[in-house]
Write a protein that binds this ligand. Structure first.
Ligand SMILES: NC(=O)c1ccc[n+]([C@@H]2O[C@H](COP(=O)([O-])OP(=O)(O)OC[C@H]3O[C@@H](n4cnc5c(N)ncnc54)[C@H](O)[C@@H]3O)[C@@H](O)[C@H]2O)c1
Ligand SMILES: [Zn+2]
Length: 361
């Protein structure tokens, strides 16, 4: 599919076995003189080397640059090491970064591309559900800093995205479950029928059935790209993608990131549905409707310190003028427009709703 941006359009290819054709796709969409393939050491050892071989066999000038796997590497330090290595290797403005990996890699390598010689193209080759469904589409790149996650970065849309769902077979099962939560979020905010298809097919998706995964990734990319095309720089409508994230981020931070992002957002979605139901904005029964599949894939955390989450609510990016703003559903598949796609909510009500976190469902 094609995604529109302010500066043009790019292709997102979704399917099975697409990596065999990567050299041709790169040549057609980018046509760079040299390619800097960036990957974490984990993904590099599984998928990076075969990709490198293919690029070289096709006569492309490509080198592999790696960094240690994990969120702890999404830093300015990794950015400076990678950019220094590329400078030493003599990469010029006619080069292209090829990010091969999960969301950490697509964010970090995207930021390298956004800043290298004031910006060179990036091709995103996402290898996790999260990266395919969420991180590689939308143009946000960046790194984490002491003050918080993703606070230094740039909007830098890719020139090409290739999501080959065959690679999901090697993704650990828990990572699959965590990433799929964002697909359910896309269904919850925009497409109830998609939510139901995901629910019915969740077993195959968790088992990384490549065909089922391609169908889901394609629909999620369509939905996310549709939102981003309307509001590329997060002025208003794009914040509907934050559904489940106001409370989810607070719970995730309160756990000191012991809780996976998917688990935190799943619980955040249930709680924000509860909040909407209490306010009479969200159709009754929506929390329960969401809970069925979400708790099946990520479960409820064993221990939860909801009190510790409260201070993090105030530091959320969605706080405007001291009041906390939350995206609320009208019903499954539809966001309530509220005022500018969110509702102002008192902290005391949020705390009350947080206290219901441990209740089933
Ligand atoms: N830019 C955006 O719009 C956006 C959106 C959502 C999330 N993100 C970012 O994405 C990041 C999380 O992404 P993630 O969950 O993919 O994390 P990740 O990149 O750390 O990948 C998770 C783990 O899975 C491994 N892995 C990835 N693909 C694999 C494969 N095919 N086979 C085997 N192992 C594989 C990685 O090596 C890593 O150990 C966060 O930093 C988050 O901020 C960005
Ligand atoms: Zn998220």
């Amino acid at each position: 599919m094609r995604v529109r941006t302010r500066d043009g359009e790019y292709s997102v290819l979704v399917g099975t076995g697409l990596l065999a054709d990567l050299p041709r796709a790169l040549t057609e969409s980018v046509g760079a003189r040299r390619y800097a393939v960036i990957s974490d050491d984990n993904v590099a050892s599984i998928h990076g080397h075969p990709i490198m071989e293919r690029l070289r066999e096709s006569g492309l000038d490509a080198s592999l640059f790696t960094f240690p796997a994990g969120e702890a590497s999404k830093t300015r330090k990794s950015w400076s090491i990678l950019t220094d290595e590329m400078l030493e290797a003599g990469y010029g403005r006619d080069a292209c970064v090829v990010a091969v990996g999960g969301g950490v890699t697509t964010d970090l390598a995207g930021f390298v591309a956004a800043t290298y010689l004031r910006g060179i193209p990036v091709a995103q080759i996402p290898t996790s559900y999260l990266a395919m469904i969420d991180a590689s589409v939308g143009g946000k790149t960046g790194v984490d800093v002491h003050a918080g996650k993703n606070l230094v970065g740039a909007f830098h849309p890719p020139r090409l995205v290739v999501a080959d769902t065959e690679v999901l077979r090697t993704l650990p099962r828990d990572e699959r479950a965590q990433g799929l939560v964002e697909a359910f979020k896309h269904g919850a905010i925009l497409d109830a029928a998609y939510f139901e298809r995901l629910e019915a097919g969740v077993h195959g998706l968790l088992e990384a059935d490549a065909g089922a995964a391609a169908d889901a990734v394609l629909r999620s990319v369509e939905l996310k790209a549709g939102v981003v095309s309307e509001d590329e720089f997060e002025g208003g409508y794009r914040q509907i993608l934050n559904f489940g994230h106001t409370l989810g981020h607070a719970l995730e931070a309160a756990s000191k990131y012991a809780m996976g992002h998917g688990s935190a957002v799943a619980l955040g979605m249930l709680l924000e549905a509860e909040l909407g139901e209490r306010l009479g904005v969200t159709e009754p029964g929506t929390r329960e409707r969401l809970a069925g599949p979400l708790l099946r894939i990520v479960g409820l955390p064993r221990s939860l310190d909801v009190g510790a989450a409260v201070p993090y609510l105030r530091s959320d990016k969605k706080v405007r003028a001291g009041r906390i703003r939350v995206v609320l559903l009208r019903r499954l598949g539809e966001v309530d427009p509220g005022e500018g796609w969110s509702h102002e909510v008192s902290e005391s009500l949020l705390v009350e709703v947080l206290a219901t976190a441990a209740k089933a469902p």
